[in-house]
Design a protein around this ligand. Structure first.
Ligand code: FAD
Length: 441
């Protein structure tokens, strides 16, 4: 091979969820060649809702204005620009409200949002039915070789694992004995559903159905917001298992069936209704909107055993693959989008340098330095969010006594959300490029 004219930088993205698709669109906007490999036969997300916080929207805009515009086209306006907490157990009255910024923290149906982004991905850059198995470095080439479960292979200069909470790429990065290979069951589980907005309005009134609310109380919380052009109410009810403290490792001692690998189990409305018996009538009215038969979802995260690193050589992980977190601050998806921005900016810089200076070996070194920098700028930020998410759930479930006092709750939750929302994504990119400049000099 030697230091002759290099082929252009080519990035392999594993996994076409929120993180992978955002990364693909960020690379597309920067003219960096990539292939997106997804194990499923097509783009796909479940029907439940998701909301994106202001930092996530800024990261979308910085990835590409098209990414933000696509999200905004399918995002549902909140009736009011506030996140509002209600004492769901006692008074049923407003407990605390926090301004989310103009048109901020809007939600949508996951499938609508992913579809809107997926339409922007050129079809010839995606390969479906490709489940990554392993990655090797053949002696005959400077490239990495990806091996898929179907027996096929592909080569790339960098591999970015956006393959979710049970990431195969994370598995390949870490020593086989690392406890971070598997996420841990948090001893929290949830029921989620989309109810017709008309039924919600009949049950709990228009005000409660058309903006973002959270009902808090002992051992549980319920979050609601409208999606799908104000036709559906997204409902997420999160419950702590009895005596669950703030807790545990990789599923040990869990009451969840097969907690080390199963995310869902059959559930029934009567189980949710039993859990919220004695709560305020508004909350019982919301729970009554659930269908009789539904799934319950175990909530896993990586708080007990964080990945010690996000990068090894020219391979890294991003999004849930790197730092899976609970849903309680509505921030996990946004962290993946911020990761995608950092990676897209760094890969663009590598591409430029390769074009100017050339050399296949140099390209490999540059990719390694860029991925080290990615880890450096993203590790602390993302780990803080994983930790803060657990703490927030303790406040919502009144396991942290401050959760019962509107003033102390307000102070604490404002601090947590503002740390997430006020993050400067432009500064992150600037810092990443400066660090790469120093390391690659
Ligand atoms: C109940 C709940 C509510 C939430 N609400 C919010 C919210 O309001 N706001 C927010 O920001 N976040 C929220 N989150 C978090 C958010 O859903 C996740 O952080 C986000 O979906 C992670 O996206 P990802 O692309 O990193 O991973 P995933 O969505 O898991 O995507 C991974 C992709 O990789 C593919 N894949 C997996 N393995 C392989 C393989 N070996 N080879 C090839 N492809 C593979 C999968 O098929 C999938 O398409 C919530 C989470 C939960 C559980």
């Amino acid at each position: 091979m030697g230091a002759s004219t290099p082929e252009p930088l080519h990035v392999a993205i594993i996994g076409a969820g929120i993180t992978g698709v955002n990364l693909a669109l960020g690379l597309l906007a920067r003219g960096v060649s990539f292939t997106l490999y997804e194990r499923a036969p097509c783009f796909g997300e479940i029907g439940a809702g998701i909301g994106f916080s202001p930092n996530a929207e800024r990261a979308m805009g910085a990835l590409s204005p098209d990414v933000l515009a696509a999200f905004k086209r399918v995002a549902n306006p909140n009736g009011e620009d506030y996140f509002q907490w209600v004492d769901g157990y006692g008074s049923g009255k407003l407990f605390f409200k926090l301004h989310v910024g103009k048109d901020g923290f809007q939600g949508g149906r996951r499938s609508d949002i992913l579809d809107a982004w997926a339409k922007l991905v050129p079809p010839d850059t995606v390969q479906f039915g490709k489940e990554i198995d392993t990655i090797t470095q053949p002696p005959s080439t400077h490239k990495l070789r990806l091996h898929f479960k179907d027996g096929s292979t592909a080569d790339a200069d960098a591999v970015i694992g956006c393959d979710g909470i049970r990431s195969r790429v994370r598995h390949l990065l870490l020593p086989p004995s690392s406890p971070a290979i598997q996420p841990g069951y948090t001893r929290k589980f949830c029921f989620r559903a989309l109810a017709p907005l008309s039924a919600a309005i009949a049950a709990i009134g228009e005000h409660a159905s058309t903006t973002r609310f959270m009902y808090i109380g002992p051992g549980a919380h319920v979050i609601t917001y409208p999606v799908a052009n104000n036709t559906l109410l997204n409902i997420l009810a999160v419950l702590s298992e009895p005596d669950s403290g703030s807790e545990s490792g990789s599923g040990s001692g869990s009451d969840w069936p097969h907690a080390s690998h199963t995310h869902t189990a059959p559930g029934h409305k009567r189980q949710a209704a039993a859990a919220f018996r004695g709560w305020h009538e508004t909350v019982r009215g919301i729970v009554d909107l659930f269908p009789d038969e539904m799934e319950k979802w175990a909530i896993f995260d990586m708080a007990a055993h964080p990945a010690p690193a996000y990068t090894k050589g020219r391979v890294c992980v991003a999004g849930d693959a790197a730092h899976a977190t609970g849903p309680h601050l509505g921030a996990g998806g946004g962290m993946g989008i911020e990761d995608a921005l950092a990676l897209a900016a760094l890969m663009e810089e590598v591409k430029k340098r390769v074009e100017q200076k050339g050399g296949e070996e140099k390209k490999g070194e540059l990719v390694e330095r860029a991925l080290e920098v990615y880890e450096e700028v993203r590790y602390t930020r993302t780990q803080e969010v994983v930790k803060a998410t657990r703490e927030a759930c303790d406040l919502f479930h009144w396991r942290d006594e401050r959760g019962r006092d509107p003033e102390r709750f307000g102070r604490e939750i404002t601090e947590k959300f503002h740390r997430i929302w006020n993050y400067d994504v432009d500064e992150m990119v600037e810092e990443a490029l400066e660090l790469l400049d120093q390391r690659a000099a």
